[in-house]
Design a protein around this ligand. Sequence first.
Ligand code: FAD
Length: 430
Amino acid sequence: STNKFDVIVVGAGPAGVAAAFQLARAGVDVAIVERGEFPGSKNMFGGAFYGRVLHELIPNFWEEAPIERVVTKRLLTLMSSRASVAIELNSRRYAQPPYNGFTILRPKFDNWFAQKAVEQGATLIPATTVDSLLYEGKKVAGVRTRREHGDLYANIVIAADGVNSFLARQAGLRKDFSLHHLVVGVKEVLKLPSEVIEERFKLGHQEGMANEFVGGIPVKGGGFLYTNKNTISIGVVAELAALKEKKIQVVQVLEDFKNHPTVKEMIRDGVPVEYGGHLIPEAGFNMMPELYTDGMLVVGDAAGMVFATGLALEGMNYAMAGGIAAAKAALRALRAENYSAGQLSCYKTLLEESFVLRDLKEFRHASSFVQNPRIHDTYAAGVTELMEKLFTSDGQPRQKIMKMAKSQFGSKVSLLDIVKDGWSGGRGLL
Ligand code: FAD
């Protein structure tokens, strides 16, 4: 009948679509249920997509995918309230196929990717919200959608329903994520002519920039700016617990960030065309739930598969790789006609063998480093102010760098804290 599939994927984000693509290509009868009017219609992210996993799935995808620009320039900017210091990487290697990263806008990109899965034979069911799981005994056997006669059945359900994953919670695989493990991101898209973007950021035709900012905002978090074809994506991410504690609204943080002198100049004359907000499960490995149960697998943001070190934030690539692993595990289960948790446990092994769990495990201490408020206020601002002093010639006697550093940091942070932070930073990242 039309309401029974081999596999139902809930959520047409990168995790769900990668899983469905892989399954459909292997001849599996797979449906993707998506609550948005079309895939991607409700999705947002910062802006840089790293393409290595997708290139394996769809070779040379950039020739047809709706990408905005190829990222050839990466900046890390440290900020105090009035100044900034940037480290800039320009790479010609990134300008050649297979490239490294691309800027994209999710509504266009996710929709395109979902259509590729449909071309492989997946059934897309958009504008349909899944409200609950259906069970046969203790095995997940399908989903109930918010439609009349909206029950859909499957041997396996793949929950790719994003950070709030109602399905993983209903299946008892996870609790609500802790506020300390979540950051909220808000982003504005500003329209600017492409020639202005290329001139302002010194970019070649179709080349793009990814800029991350540390410091200069009043809570734990950071800012970002990505160049698209004829828009720029600008936003901030901030830890939920810190916002709550300091009673600051994240929209205010974005306003302040946009008014920082360095940022203000970058976005000059940009006309707002879009605004959005979304949660990020930033603690990665430390917040990862159980990944499977009888008849069900959890993937992507729903499972905390985000790589975040404070200097990098990558989720799409991990979501896609996770989706492919889920598809492989589902395929084995279908062949064995065994949908038990025991059979599906190979999903975890596949993830452990891939970069997904390896990276998340290797960098599991990085998030406690990022969570350290001193990284954002004391050090980022401190280094910026130190550089400012170093290059200031104002008729005052000059100081040697170490003496300057001592007076810069000495009043704000103890030597013991510096040693501790150096240790936790080293443990997390080095
Ligand atoms: P999602 O993309 O969230 O997709 C989930 C899908 O499920 C959605 O389409 C949703 O509509 C659907 N859905 C949810 N519930 C239901 C339901 N009940 N019924 C039906 N459908 C449902 N990653 C990067 O790689 N690079 C970046 O630069 C980057 N920057 C980011 C900046 C911000 C501000 C944010 C918020 C995230 C950023 N990320 C970035 C992370 C990245 O966006 C996510 O990790 C990635 O989208 C996860 O993919 P997913 O498929 O698991 O979930």
